[in-house]
Design a protein around this ligand. Structure first.
Ligand code: SAM
Length: 460
């Protein structure tokens, strides 16, 4: 790894917790830390997921674990089943920030404003009350597609993916109980993991990022309810993107800072903004087992406006069709089945209530879980259903050994033992990977083409 340039390290001098020698040494070491966060609705724990590796918990996360080395996730069918999300450990602290600032006994409305590829969204989803509604938004279209795929793989039923500019959210008025703004930043916190980024770093870019962060926050804040919480984070060490943004927020908006309780054993550094003495939290890779990260929490004050109900109509599936779909599903009686063209979409009750307003104001890429396409006598089940928590537990399924699971995920031809004709779930280690249809003389592999494994090779 190239040495850190003085033009960068000079800007860190005097920052709380910055230790020049230890910081340079940890970057020179090139050590790679690998961590994953489990999908609690699909797994019962880490046991058995990585039998070849040592696993240790990430101290500030209920479902986060360090792995003793980096396996090939591409060749792990459990990754494709959405059993876990590969996420940098420091950023998992968002879970602790949410636990300390939100009432998790209540269903809430949350917005993850800068969401792709979806690490924070999947974390927020797993942390909030299960009847909450999460809007995961990404402004860049191609990244919104990636976000959608990752949300589908995660499989939760209570996420809406949108593809909007932050300013579009002001149209819905004060609406969200929680807004997470994991802002685009100059990225110095990831230098150890991504050394090529060192050459791209410049102070001018830090200033550009800082201005963009202000614009994003100013655009999104009208959508936060009075009493609601804003969590701001970056993976930059720059004052201009961290402490100075805290001061700017407090000077320009009706916000108060929310300090968090830290366990001293975590070695997270508290930092105070120069003007308002607002508390934020810095993560240095020489002090925590994770990359560089910054996070701060705020509450909006003022009178909460009454919630406006939007009277939009959803096109619901007729009752006789519902009866046809029901055997495929394991959802509450309150879940709704919406018909969108000829596709059946499963909506949570909270989502069904809010969707008309969201549809009117935002570009929705995905809402809830697509169950499948209705044909005259059948449902053609969708990949989203196979990977979702809405699927019935007793559908026909075939357990595959590793080699066959990888063949399936490559969309190669399958030779299955003599099994019943019709739709069958392809499973690995008890987890659904997708659908296949068994015909009299062959098996059709329904794994989505765009998701198939392209990489050559086999697991080590
Ligand atoms: N939260 C994500 C996660 O945990 O997986 C990472 C988000 S990344 C730090 C910042 C995101 O902001 C990127 O996906 C980027 O495309 C998006 N972005 C870039 N410019 C933006 C803008 N002007 N407004 C909102 N988001 C923007």
């Amino acid at each position: 790894m190239p040495p850190l340039p003085p033009s960068f390290t000079d800007t860190l001098k005097g920052l709380p917790g910055y230790d020049p020698e230890a910081f340079s040494a940890v970057h020179a070491s090139g050590e790679r830390i690998t961590s994953v966060r489990l999908q609690p609705q699909k797994t019962t724990g880490i046991a058995g997921l990585f039998p070849q590796l040592d696993v240790t918990p990430v101290p500030w996360s209920r479902y986060g674990y360090y792995l003793s080395s980096r396996p090939s996730f591409t060749f792990d069918p459990q990754f494709h089943a959405g059993a876990y999300y590969v996420q940098e450990a420091s950023s998992m602290f968002l879970e602790e920030a949410i636990r300390q600032t939100m009432d998790l006994d209540e269903p809430l409305k949350a917005l993850d404003l800068c969401a792709a590829p979806g690490g924070k969204s999947t974390l927020i989803q797993a942390t909030l009350h299960p009847q909450s509604l999460l809007v995961a938004n990404e402004v860049i279209k191609s990244r919104a597609a990636l976000l959608s795929d990752n949300i589908s793989r995660w499989g939760a039923d209570n996420v809406v993916v949108t593809n909007n500019d932050p300013r579009d959210f002001s149209r819905i008025g004060e609406y969200f109980d929680l807004i997470v703004a994991d802002a685009p930043c100059s990225g110095s916190g990831l230098f150890r993991r991504d050394p090529e980024a060192i050459d791209e770093w410049s102070y001018d870019n830090v200033m550009l990022c800082s201005q963009r962060q202000q614009r994003i926050l100013a655009d999104a804040l009208p959508a936060l309810k009075a009493g609601g919480v804003l969590i701001y984070s970056t993976c930059s060490y720059a004052r201009e993107e961290d402490e100075l943004i805290m001061d700017w927020l407090l000077e320009n908006f009706p916000l108060e800072n929310i300090p968090l309780q830290l366990n001293p054993g975590w070695h997270i550094v508290e930092t105070l903004s120069p003007q308002r003495q607002a508390a934020g939290y810095r993560f240095y890779p020489d002090q925590v087992k994770g990359e560089g990260f910054f996070i701060a929490c705020f509450r909006k004050y003022g009178e909460a406006a009454p919630h406006k109900k939007h009277r939009g109509q959803l096109s619901l599936l007729p009752p006789r069709e519902v009866a046809r779909i029901q055997p495929w599903l394991n959802v509450s009686d309150e879940h709704m089945l919406m018909l969108h063209q000829d596709e059946v979409i499963i909506l949570t009750p909270h989502m069904a209530e809010e969707l008309p307003l969201l549809q009117k104001n935002l570009y929705i890429r995905k809402a809830g879980v697509k169950a499948g396409q209705l044909s005259a006598k059948d449902l053609i089940p969708d990949h989203q259903l196979a990977l979702s928590t809405c699927i019935a537990a007793d559908l026909p399924a075939t357990d595959l050994a590793l080699e066959d699971a990888l063949r399936y995920l490559r969309k190669d031809e399958l030779q299955l033992p003599d099994i019943a004709k019709g739709w069958t779930l392809m499973r690995y280690n008890g987890m659904n990977l997708g659908w296949a249809k068994v015909l009299p003389n062959r098996v059709n592999n329904y794994y989505p083409k765009e998701l198939r494994i392209l990489k050559a090779g086999t697991p080590e």
